[in-house]
Design a protein around this ligand. Structure first.
Ligand code: IPE
Ligand code: IPE
Ligand code: MG
Length: 232
């Protein structure tokens, strides 16, 4: 494995371009999602090898519920299937699996599969893998505001309390955000948490994004000069 002078503690990825990948291979869109699971496997493996402690993946946005019913059902099936397939691997490799998002619209089956997966991997200490499902940044801020309205009705709270009320409270803010498929937007992802995250957009479509592409993005991060508004 290559060595890096500076590695991010938390890498987050907007996994985009599955549909276009499928189209390019004259396949139905869902095949792109299935192929994308292989990329998830490659990146998780890479994080374990390099000792990156947090990896988060944007897998399904709140807005994605508005896709054709057939694609949504296929995706839900794929989430359930992938969790089942990866469980033993995760336990063996010390991967703690966490799902964050608005779980109200998931089937009972999917919700219990998620709970089971989170319970059985809770002791994992090598990598925390966060999967954002039915998540949006604005939803996260809204649910935080609702909590704070109850716990601090006098309005006497600060940045720390807001961070703690977000669903990501136990996860550090991302150091590096990668978006595949060339789209230059955040698409309502972690709006609060990405304040000072380094962004790398690559043209590669998610199903083609494997180890080499991930290492390239880490090399790019290594070159970045993070100033946080200060002067050198
Ligand atoms: C990302 O790939 C996966 C999800 C958003 C669920 P897309 O399905 O958005 O693929 P494109 O952008 O249409 O190519
Ligand atoms: C963002 O991708 C959401 C996920 C990758 C889960 P989309 O494909 O839904 O985003 P837009 O519509 O291109 O902004
Ligand atoms: Mg897309």
């Amino acid at each position: 494995m290559e060595s890096f002078e500076k590695l991010p503690s938390h890498v987050s990825i907007i996994m985009d371009g599955n549909g276009r990948w499928a189209q390019r291979h004259s396949l139905p869109r869902f095949k792109g999602h299935y192929e994308g699971v292989e990329s998830v496997r490659a990146v998780v493996e890479c994080c374990c090898e390099l000792g990156i402690p947090y990896l988060s993946l944007f897998a399904f946005s709140e807005e994605n519920w508005n896709r054709p019913q057939d694609e949504v059902s296929r995706l839900m099936e794929l989430f359930a299937l992938s969790m089942k397939n990866e469980l033993n691997n995760f336990i063996k490799n010390g991967v703690r699996f966490v799902v964050l998002g608005n779980r109200e619209r998931f089937s009972e089956n999917l919700n219990s599969a998620i709970d089971e997966m989170m319970r059985s991997t809770a002791a994992g200490s090598a990598l925390t893998l966060v999967v954002f499902l039915s998540y949006s940044g604005r939803w996260d801020i809204l649910q935080a505001a609702r909590k704070l309205a109850v716990t601090h009705p006098d309005g006497n709270f600060g940045m720390e309390e807001i961070s703690s009320a977000l669903v990501t409270s136990r996860i550090p803010d991302p150091d590096l955000l990668i978006r595949t498929s060339g789209e230059m937007r955040i698409s309502n992802y972690m709006l609060w948490q990405l304040s000072y995250t380094e962004i790398v957009v690559v043209d590669t479509l998610w199903p083609d994004f494997r180890k080499t592409s991930f290492l390239d993005a880490l090399r790019e991060y290594e070159k970045r000069d993070r100033r946080f508004g200060k002067v050198k």
